[in-house]
Design a protein around this ligand. Structure first.
Ligand SMILES: [Fe+2]
Length: 210
């Protein structure tokens, strides 16, 4: 009897472990993205992302901006917890300027980047400055944002664009995929800082999400 009990127990443990490892599998969503793994740089840099972050260069650059939002599950109502967001943008010359000793993806994305992690209420805030359009290419100024959910690979959503940007043409607006919802925000001056809110809906217009 003891022998059978052992076999039963072993089978149970094997099934349990298998079940557990399956739930940890990262779903492949969002389509191709060459640099989305940059989201994971926070681990290498020993950064613990929080619900609020101030990007490097905030103090020295103008105009300063504050971006707020709530991450919701696909239903658009339930706040999403433990969602890592990665943001990066150019300097005031439109260049992704790395620091003197760039580490990992900073070489490509520049030094003005940061990470957030949502709490139970799904809310996040980041402080930074307005980037500038690329110097030689006709492109509106923008802030990139990528997402890492606990059970997905990192993927990108629509960048932040600014309503007041003259380079944000009708054509450009129409070409947006609205991944995670529209990224076009309107800045309003609140307490002396240009502020905008954009809520994110997980899975919205994200390929292979379901
Ligand atoms: Fe860009």
């Amino acid at each position: 009897m003891k022998k059978y009990l052992g076999i039963i127990l072993l089978t149970f443990i094997t099934i349990s472990c298998k079940g557990q490892s399956n739930s940890n599998v990262e779903r492949n969503v969002g389509g191709p993205c060459q640099d989305c793994e940059a989201v994971l740089d926070f681990k290498m840099l020993n950064i613990t992302p929080k619900a609020t972050d101030t990007l490097p260069g905030f103090e020295k650059n103008e105009p300063k901006v504050k971006i707020t939002g709530t991450v919701f599950q696909k239903d658009g109502k339930t706040p999403a917890e433990n969602i890592v967001l990665y943001i990066y943008h150019t300097d005031r010359n439109g260049i992704y300027q790395p620091s003197e000793k760039p580490i990992s993806w900073e070489k490509t994305h520049g030094q003005y980047r940061g990470w957030l992690n949502t709490g139970k209420d799904g809310k996040f805030t980041f402080y930074t400055f307005r980037p500038a359009p690329y110097p030689k290419v006709q492109e509106a100024e923008h802030i990139h944002i990528y997402v890492k959910e606990p059970n997905t690979i990192p993927y990108y959503i629509d960048s932040y664009f600014f309503e007041s940007d003259s380079k944000l043409t009708t054509e450009k607006r129409k070409s947006q995929k609205n991944r995670g919802g529209s990224g076009i925000v309107k800045l309003k001056k609140e307490n002396g800082i240009w502020t905008a809110n954009r809520n994110l809906i997980l899975g919205m217009n994200i390929p292979d999400y379901e």
